[in-house]
Design a binder for this molecule. Structure first.
Ligand code: L34
Length: 295
């Protein structure tokens, strides 16, 4: 046996090519350049690398991108003022405040201050609510990436037993919600597991599709899944450092043992991560269209 490897890198590349064409066309036909600002507070190395990747990808697609880096002791008031400035900036269609924020800043307060029409992360309550109702809105990037990856890999979700591990607002809750919605990519029977779940193995062993977003390195092993399962590993855990100072990454899934039983599995790195970044680009382009009345 041996699972099919679902490459997020390859799928993201295909979507980025589509987006590049779309961005070129918006510029040529409508003189419209989508604009994104990323705001990073502090010096967390993982956040720095994600934000850098977002700006680099935006640039490669012809999206105007601004990168603001603020010291860790930036006040909440200053951050809110900056968000407000970009809310009013017509060149900017997407505002992303990278999480986590330093402890002294109220994350919810900052996310709620972003204009919902520029909320390309899909974290504002207006977008969360619309998502829940199945209305058109900005979908959160990682969950959206998971759905796109499944769809583009030809994995049927309709009627599938989907088990999601992790109940974060960023991944677990929205993935579960999207996968049960009555539309293509949804229609699954969804179980959402978390740290208080009584019998985790009972659930993981009956999953047709297992989405793991627990934030615990190598948590799910081969003996916890059934033969033929499709596994989406959302975890990006830094488990060490190479001699040259590069982070060593591990997913939430023990790849070697699980791939022996799975029909298909995403790797880490190269799985969901690149999809998250690409969905941010998609949302930014969508936002630019909406602002220009071209949606
Ligand atoms: N506001 N904060 C906001 N929006 C987000 O969507 C995020 N997230 C999460 C953390 N904070 C956020 C991200 O961007 C996680 N995340 C993210 C983005 C990209 C990657 C991982 C997490 C990614 O590209 N991972 C690569 C490995 C990169 C590396 O070497 O570190 C991968 O192949 O998985």
């Amino acid at each position: 046996m041996g699972a099919k490897i679902i490459s997020g890198t390859e799928t993201a590349k295909a979507i980025r090519e589509e987006l590049k064409t779309e961005v070129d066309e918006l510029r040529q036909k409508h003189n419209l350049v989508p604009g994104l600002v990323t705001i990073l507070v502090g010096e967390d190395p993982a956040s720095q690398s994600y934000v850098a990747a977002k700006n680099k990808t935006a640039h490669a697609l012809g999206i105007h991108s601004e990168q603001v880096t603020l010291p860790a002791d930036t006040s909440e008031a200053d951050l809110l003022a900056l968000v407000d400035k970009y809310n009013k900036d017509a060149k900017i269609h997407g505002i992303l405040v990278q999480l986590p924020l330093p402890k002294h800043i109220n994350e919810a307060k900052v996310l709620y201050a972003i204009d919902p029409n520029k909320d390309v992360d899909g974290f504002h309550p207006v977008n969360v609510g619309k998502m829940m109702l199945g209305e058109q809105c900005f979908l959160p990037c990682t969950p959206h990436g998971v759905l796109e990856l499944l769809q583009r890999s030809g994995v049927e979700t309709s009627g599938a037993e989907v088990v999601v591990i992790g109940r974060s607002n960023i991944v677990g809750k929205p993935v579960a919600n999207l996968m049960l919605q009555k539309r293509p990519g949804g229609n699954a029977t969804v179980t959402l597991c978390h740290t208080r779940t009584k019998d985790m193995d009972f659930h993981t062993k009956r999953a047709d599709i297992l989405v793991v977003a627990a934030g615990v390195a190598n948590m799910i092993k081969g003996d916890q899944v059934k033969e033929g399962v499709v596994v989406i590993d959302v975890g990006v855990n830094r488990i060490g450092m190479t001699e040259s100072g590069k982070a060593i990454l591990a997913g939430d899934v023990e790849f070697e043992s699980v791939k022996e039983k799975a029909a298909a599995i995403t790797p880490v790195p190269g799985g969901v991560g690149p999809m998250t970044i690409t969905m941010l680009m998609k949302n930014t382009v969508q936002s630019a269209r909406q602002h220009a009345g071209l949606a």
